[in-house]
Design a protein around this ligand. Structure first.
Ligand SMILES: [Zn+2]
Length: 269
């Protein structure tokens, strides 16, 4: 093999080797080691999307099936083996935010693609309501106590995450997960709105306990011009840690009533 051929091979192989995480020299495994920039701590607040993952009973479950399974495809003399999946889900699947259109039937209510992205890039705090029993509603006094315990305040434009420890008490795959969650009382929703928040977030499929209370909470969000994020996870990792940057950009679904998102909390930006 000529040195020229070797050189060409090297040129083609070197960048390829950097694409794979299994290579120790991969850009993914090396992370930000070569930069002097401060590395933020990112907490992933999102649930996994997977086949048959439970959703609110009003919405269809997630369906994920293989589409390409590394079966060989040929073009000329080149063979490609790729993997991909077919996915079907509600616009309220997994970790997602409700668009005003979801709970507000008035013609001007915004769909998810119309809500400004600034609403999903906010300052945030988390409140610990992990002691609230399953199926029960947190009162305004519960919220005040949790806020005092956090040592924080609630500011205009905040996202307030409510930690009920629900995912620790009822597993995602247990059918009770669709029904037995605690949530906010109607008065607690108004209390948050009075503080000028943009959104609040919970782990469950609904912001308030199942049934009439949940309907009241949704109607209150419409009335007060706020919204809520459902299906969050890992809130135990942000509660008691002070103020953080909340980011959760929803998918840009035309006319969508909600948007699945990758929600994160970022500390030390
Ligand atoms: Zn929803």
């Amino acid at each position: 093999m000529s040195s020229r051929t070797l050189c060409r091979l090297f040129q083609y192989q070197w960048p390829l080797s950097r694409l794979y995480a299994r290579q120790s020299t991969s850009v993914f495994s090396r992370g930000l080691a070569t930069t002097t920039e401060k590395k933020p701590k990112i907490v992933d607040l999102s649930r996994e999307l997977y086949h048959r993952a439970l959703a609110h009973p009003f919405h269809p479950p997630i369906v994920i099936t293989p589409w390409d399974t590394h079966q060989p495809k040929k073009a000329g003399n080149t063979v490609l083996r790729s993997a991909s999946y077919y996915i079907s889900f509600s616009d309220h699947a997994g970790t997602h935010v409700d668009a005003p259109k979801h709970f507000d039937p008035s013609p001007g209510a915004l769909s998810i693609d119309q809500v400004p992205l600034e609403n999903y890039y906010t300052s945030g705090i988390a409140l610990d309501l992990s002691h609230i029993p399953l199926k029960a509603a947190a009162t305004v006094q519960d919220m005040k106590d949790a806020l005092a315990k956090s040592g924080e305040d609630i500011r205009t434009g905040d996202t307030v995450l409510i930690y009920f420890a629900f995912n620790k008490r009822v597993h995602f795959d247990d059918p009770a997960w669709q029904h037995d969650f605690p949530g906010l009382s109607l008065e607690a929703v108004h209390w948050l709105a009075d503080k000028g928040i943009l959104s609040f977030g919970v782990e469950a499929v609904s912001p308030a306990p199942e049934g009439e209370l949940n309907f009241q909470a949704h109607n209150a969000c419409a009335e007060r011009g706020i919204t809520h994020i459902e299906g969050l996870d890992n809130l135990d990792q942000v509660v008691g840690k002070g103020r953080f940057r909340f980011i959760g950009f929803p998918l840009k679904i035309r006319g969508g009533s909600g948007g699945p998102m990758r929600a994160v909390a970022i500390f030390d930006e």
